[in-house]
Design a binder for this molecule. Structure first.
Ligand code: GLU
Length: 472
């Protein structure tokens, strides 16, 4: 049997971290089994679905590289098909027209609540002769749900789950305005698309028995189900805006790599021994939906940051540079205005947890320093730094441009330290603040080489001017 899975988001908002994990699991299951992964947009809720959300969802899937074999399909483009199935069901008697007025249903509901019962449709029109000549009247179509028996399905994550048909009423499958309803469209889609495994959030568990009954009524094979648990924040509450859970693309903006995010998500609720790092290839080989934990998972941003740092430093440099370029542009840092990003990036990457951190730390290679960091200047650009910077300036100026290389720069710095008989930091720190604007940077010799001789000298001069304006 060819495994066919799908990811079927409703475009009523952005893709959040929980949906992405579901998409990933569904995608991995298909890829592991050499199956097919279908992408479907469930936009039947016309009022709440927006084109912006659809675009954002597609962009997110592309950014994450969760490629699909078919789709995106749109439910709103399939109404004709749903109606064909509904008409067949009406003919077969597995669905019926319900003419109950809003008032009647309201009254029924109120009575049931007053009696402490669960509100449900009482089947009033279920056994009435279906008026064939009453198309002028407004009616909905309801599914004739079996009234007896159990629905049992073996959830791939949660084990057997049982529902009693007595708990279910006759679901509306087409509203009076002719629009088929969500639970029904899902079934027809899963049927038509040959879905063998439905992997989705646990919030859909209660829809499953209804959907299974419809599958059976239309003579379709019921797929396997796996309901993935929720992701909670560290207080045990549902993820909130604080964690950017509302939009996965925020992670891109914040400088995370898709590889880190996917690795993080695959491990959130699934494990393989003590292994923490999973390349996409390894995930495809090792992931098993049956091994997913059924308890809720807790989101931990520090772990994601740790993974991101790992991937920044292990994925091919060209790839990281390309991703970094996107952030440089976003921060309006023009990389034509300085050394190649490919040379700068390795100097900074080791200490950085996100691409945004790298981009921000790269600024001084491409932009002039408007102001020295206040604390660093207070500490290191004091009159006592005047002499070391003066001597450095002279020696650096004397170096020919071809010799502006890290090893020669290193040699000069050491010479100045010896000549002035001071500690390395007495020379190094003022120089660092002068050329980078702050007191944190990678090795100075490499930094100076890349900043270039002309620019470095100009910055030292600026620092000397700054010092001369200070009172001791
Ligand atoms: N459209 C549903 C959602 O976004 C998913 C339905 C399903 O996977 O069956 O939650």
């Amino acid at each position: 049997m060819k495994i066919i899975t799908r990811f079927a988001p409703s475009p009523t908002g952005y893709l959040h971290i929980g949906s992405v994990r579901t998409a990933l699991y569904s995608w991995l299951y298909a890829r592991h089994n050499n199956g097919k992964f279908i992408f479907r947009i469930e936009d039947t809720d016309i009022e709440r679905s927006t084109p912006e959300a659809i675009e954002a969802i597609i962009d997110s899937m592309r950014w994450l590289n969760l490629n699909w074999d078919e789709g995106p399909y749109y439910q709103t483009k399939r109404f004709e098909r749903y109606n064909v199935v509904i008409d067949d069901m009406l003919k077969m008697g597995t669905a019926y027209k319900c003419y109950c007025s809003k008032e009647r249903l309201k009254q029924l509901r109120e009575n049931q609540i007053a009696k402490g019962e669960k509100p449900r449709y009482d089947g009033n029109c279920r056994n009435q002769n279906q008026h064939s000549n009453s198309y002028a009247e407004s009616y909905v179509v309801r599914f004739r749900n079996p009234q007896e028996g159990l629905i049992i399905f073996n959830d791939q994550i949660r084990g057997p789950i049982k529902f009693d048909n007595k708990e279910l009423d006759d679901l509306i499958i087409r509203r009076s305005d002719g629009v088929p309803t969500y639970n029904f469209c899902v079934v027809v889609d899963d049927w038509d698309m040959g879905i063998t495994h439905v992997i989705r959030g646990e919030d859909h568990i209660n829809n499953t028995p209804r959907q299974i009954n419809i599958f059976k009524a239309i003579g379709a094979t019921v797929p396997m189900y796996a309901h993935v648990s929720m992701i909670l924040d560290h207080d045990g509450k549902k993820l909130s805006k604080r964690h950017h859970a509302m939009n996965i693309m925020q992670y891109r903006i914040d400088g995370y790599l898709p590889e880190a995010l996917l690795n993080y998500l695959v491990r959130l609720g699934w494990s393989h021994g003590n292994k923490e790092i999973f390349s996409i290839k390894e995930m495809k080989i090792l992931f098993r939906i049956e091994e997913v934990n059924k308890s809720a998972s807790v989101f931990n941003i520090e772990k994601l940051r740790w993974l991101n740092q790992y991937y920044i430093n292990t994925l091919p440099e060209n790839y990281i540079v390309k991703k970094l370029q996107w952030h440089m542009k976003k921060l309006s840092i023009n990389t034509c205005n300085g050394p190649k990003l490919k040379q700068v990036m390795p100097l900074i990457a080791k200490r950085s947890k996100t691409l945004v951190e790298i981009a921000n730390s790269c600024r001084y290679f491409y932009q002039e320093i408007e102001n020295f960091d206040v604390e660093s200047a207070k500490k290191y650009l004091r009159p006592c730094a005047n002499r070391p910077l003066q001597v450095l300036y002279e020696k650096f100026s004397a170096l020919s441009t071809e010799k502006w290389k890290a090893e020669n720069i290193h040699f000069i710095i050491n010479n100045v330290v010896k000549e002035l008989e001071v500690k390395i930091s007495t020379v190094g720190m003022p120089l660092r603040v002068a050329v980078t604007g702050t007191s944190y940077s990678p090795e100075l010799d490499a930094v100076l080489e890349l900043i270039g001789q002309h620019r470095s000298l100009a910055r030292i001069k600026k620092a000397l001017q700054f010092i001369s304006m200070q009172k001791d």
